[in-house]
Structure formats: structure tokens, C-alpha cells
Design a protein around this ligand. Structure first.
Ligand SMILES: [Zn+2]
Ligand SMILES: [Zn+2]
Length: 312
């Protein structure tokens, strides 16, 4: 079958991939569309040494034509961590298209049945590929109590920054998105205040909650600098780079630091179905799977939002 294969150093389209083999408890889906995310771009450069089909933000159909999205952490469901209700932290988990499990940039993909969530008719394929990253944004609200009157800032005008800003706006009236590109900030729409990163002088340490979604090692220090004493800093950035920052302000100002990763699919699906969040401004381009290498080249350019591969 055809798919985009990562050999641990680069990606290339292959038409000779073996047919997917479902492991125990897995369903095989025909992929309809799959999004290119920054993690994919990092994997394609050799980050984490992953070998296999990449892709984890997808919508597919089963043999009856029902549409599904799938959570990406494939947990054992038996260990103490899983039994304690934390399967996304299972120590022996594989991760779809990221760790030891083939992903969805192929004609077909196998995923654990327990990870599947049905896609309602009100959610299009191009919206459904955003469920996984939107769920990751909703994880912030699972972890941090955000009150309607809270002043919230999101650092980073990339895809996760915008998704996080939209999600936080469902909980708080005042959300400020801070980024380096006016045209990307503008995608956030009128309900989100927008500031260029070089222009944060008037924003001195006032925010109750600050989210770092910069994807840059300098983001955390900037987030700490904008958070009020006893406020909360949420880390959504997973950069493959070392941090060099002083944590003294965290102690002196008694900040709470929260690491945040994957989140609740039902909340993301519901927000899309009820049109609470419109992700379509983030869609930059669509390519057929056969042009996946060109799609990656385009997605790698600075300032490009979501690139989607159409598969079937
Ligand atoms: Zn992703
Ligand atoms: Zn487990």
C-alpha cells in the first residue's frame, strides 16, 4: 500500500508498504484525511528516531462507512498506571505514528478499538483532523481551573497556540494571543486580543494563566515573565532542545507550572459539532497522499498553518 515512511532521518513516499496488520484489539480503518503537525516535521528530521509510517491527526472509515478519529496513546490497559485511569501515561504505550506504531499517512491504519471516537455528521473531514490537537488544547481546561474573569495569555501563534486561545476563550472572557507574525495572529479572530511579541511592554506580569505554545526553548521564560505572582504557567511546548532559564521567579512568585499534553477527544468533537470553535481558518492547504513529500516541504516553510493530506 501507499504511505509516507520515516526511516529515522527523512520521510519518503512508498508504494510498497506491507498491508497493515491489526494487533490484538485493533481495528483497521481506511484513512480519509490526515493532518501534518509540527511533531511530524520533527520526526521527519530524525527526532526520536522513529521508523515507520508517520501521521497521528486523522479521520478514517471502517468497513461499514462510519467515520472515526482515534486517540494516539496505545496503552496496555493492564498495568497499575492504566488501571489507575492514566492510560495516556502507560509506561509501555506505543504512540500512533510517533513511538513504535505505524501511523495514518497511508491508505490504511490500525488503531486500538478502545481509542476510537465516532465523528458526527456535523463535523467535516477537514475539521476532524483537528480533533487530536484540539483535544490537546482542551487538556489545559482539564488541568487548570480557569475562571470567567481570569486574564489569560497564550504565547505562540502557531497551530497549537491558536487552538489553545480558542479553547481558553470558551472559559475566560479575556484571552490575549502573543506571537511574532501579524498574519498568523489575525487568524485568531476578533474574540481574541492579539499582540506582537516585541510589543509586550504594556503587559507587565498581569496574567492569571499563561500558556507557552511557542514551540521554542525561550517560550517558558517569556511565559514566566508574564505570569502574576501565584499564577499558573502551562507548558504545551515539547521542543527537542535544552532549556536554560532561572527558576528563581517560580519560587519567589510561587507560580504553578503545569505540563500538558494529550487531552479529551469528546470535548474537542463536541466543540466542533456545536460550532463553538471554528478551526477552518487554520487550514492552509490540501494535498493528495501521492504528493505527501511536497506537502511536507510546504508545511516546513515558516508561517504555514495546517496542511492536510487527502487520502481516500
Ligand atoms: Zn500532532
Ligand atoms: Zn499500561
Amino acid at each position: 500500500m501507499m504511505g509516507l515512511y520515516c526511516d529515522g532521518a527523512s520521510v519518503r513516499l512508498r508504494r510498497d508498504l506491507p498491508e497493515v496488520a491489526a494487533r490484538d484489539g485493533e481495528a483497521v480503518l481506511r484513512v480519509r484525511a490526515v493532518g501534518v503537525c509540527d511533531t511530524d516535521l520533527q520526526l521527519a528530521r530524525g527526532y526520536m528516531g522513529f521508523r515507520g509510517v508517520i501521521g497521528h491527526e486523522f479521520v478514517g472509515v471502517d468497513e461499514r462507512g462510519e467515520r472515526w478519529v482515534a486517540e494516539i496513546n496505545n496503552a496496555c490497559r493492564r498495568c497499575p498506571t492504566c488501571l489507575a485511569g492514566r492510560p495516556s501515561h502507560c509506561p509501555t504505550r506505543t504512540v500512533l505514528g510517533i513511538v513504535a506504531h505505524d501511523g495514518a499517512m497511508a491508505e490504511r491504519v490500525a488503531v486500538p478499538r478502545e481509542n476510537l471516537h465516532a465523528v458526527p455528521d456535523a463535523v467535516s473531514d477537514e475539521e476532524a483532523v483537528f480533533v487530536e490537537p484540539l483535544a490537546a488544547a482542551f487538556q489545559i481546561l482539564e488541568q487548570v481551573k480557569v475562571a470567567p474573569g481570569d486574564d489569560v495569555a497564550v504565547l505562540g501563534d502557531g497551530k497549537l497556540g491558536l487552538l489553545s486561545a480558542w479553547v481558553l476563550r470558551t472559559a475566560a472572557a479575556h484571552v490575549t494571543l502573543i506571537g511574532r507574525h501579524a498574519h498568523k495572529l489575525a487568524l485568531a479572530g476578533g474574540a481574541i486580543a492579539q499582540r506582537l511579541a516585541g510589543d509586550v511592554s504594556g503587559l507587565a506580569r498581569g496574567f492569571d494563566v499563561v500558556v507557552d505554545a511557542t514551540g521554542s526553548p525561550s517560550g517558558l521564560a517569556a511565559a514566566i515573565g508574564l505570569c502574576r505572582p501565584r499564577g499558573t504557567v502551562v507548558l504545551k511546548t515539547t521542543v527537542a532542545a535544552e532549556h536554560a532559564l532561572s527558576l528563581a521567579p517560580v519560587v519567589i512568585d510561587e507560580l504553578t507550572l503545569v505540563g500538558s499534553r494529550c487531552g479529551p477527544f469528546p470535548k474537542a468533537i463536541d466543540a466542533l459539532a456545536r460550532k463553538v470553535i471554528d478551526v477552518r481558518p487554520l487550514l492552509a492547504a490540501r494535498y493528495p497522499l501521492a504528493e505527501a513529500e511536497a506537502a511536507f516541504a510546504y508545511a516546513s516553510q515558516k508561517g504555514v498553518a495546517k496542511v492536510v493530506l487527502d487520502v481516500g
